[in-house]
Structures are given as structure tokens and as C-alpha cells.
Write a protein that binds this ligand. Sequence first.
Ligand code: SF4
Ligand code: SF4
Length: 103
Amino acid sequence: MPDPRFKILTSASTSGPGDAGRTGSWRVERPVIDMSRCIPAKTGKHACHLCWLLCPDNVVSKDIEPEIDLEYCKGCGICAEECPVQAIEMVPDADFIEGAERE
Ligand code: SF4
Ligand code: SF4
């Protein structure tokens, strides 16, 4: 029988406001997942999920198409660094501000 201490592989908590409030507001870059490269999205099977496992804020879902809760993602880039198929790109948050122009 597996040791029950190892049944939960990631934090059992969910992301949410703590003393620091909405921590996603600190972010300067956000992770964007290319579903055409992401292993579970491509194969339609639960596989990999390293972004879910390694995110220190527990903001990535363990779905066939992983979703990132940008309210609490701090933009640390660990998921992009660890993705085995480079499916995650860190993109400047400013690119998503409506009407903003970048040089
Ligand atoms: S680490 Fe990369 S390939 Fe694995 S689930 Fe996350 S985005 Fe998909
Ligand atoms: S950038 Fe950091 S906080 Fe955001 S989803 Fe990736 S690992 Fe989690």
C-alpha cells in the first residue's frame, strides 16, 4: 500500500488572497501555453503536468488543457523553464494591456 504521505504530490491548498492580496498584480511577465505543443493537450491524455506539479503558487490546473490562474500567478517563469517541450512562453504583461503600444 502506498505511503499516504506521498498521495498528494502538490500543495493541497488552492491559490487565493493572503496577506499579500492578489499576487498576480506583481507580475511583469505572464506564462502563455502553446496547446499545440503541450503534451496532454496534444495527446488528449493526462501526462506530464510538470507545470502543475512545480508551480510554487499552485495556480496551474491539472487539466488536459492546463489553465493558469493569472490572479495569483507571480510570473516566476519556473513552469516555462521546466516544461519539457518548451510549450510555455513568458510574455510581457504589458502586451496584454488594451491600447498600449510598445516600441
Ligand atoms: S509542463 Fe509543458 S507539456 Fe507539461 S503539461 Fe505543462 S505546458 Fe504541457
Ligand atoms: S510563472 Fe510561476 S507562478 Fe506563474 S504559473 Fe508559472 S510557475 Fe506558477
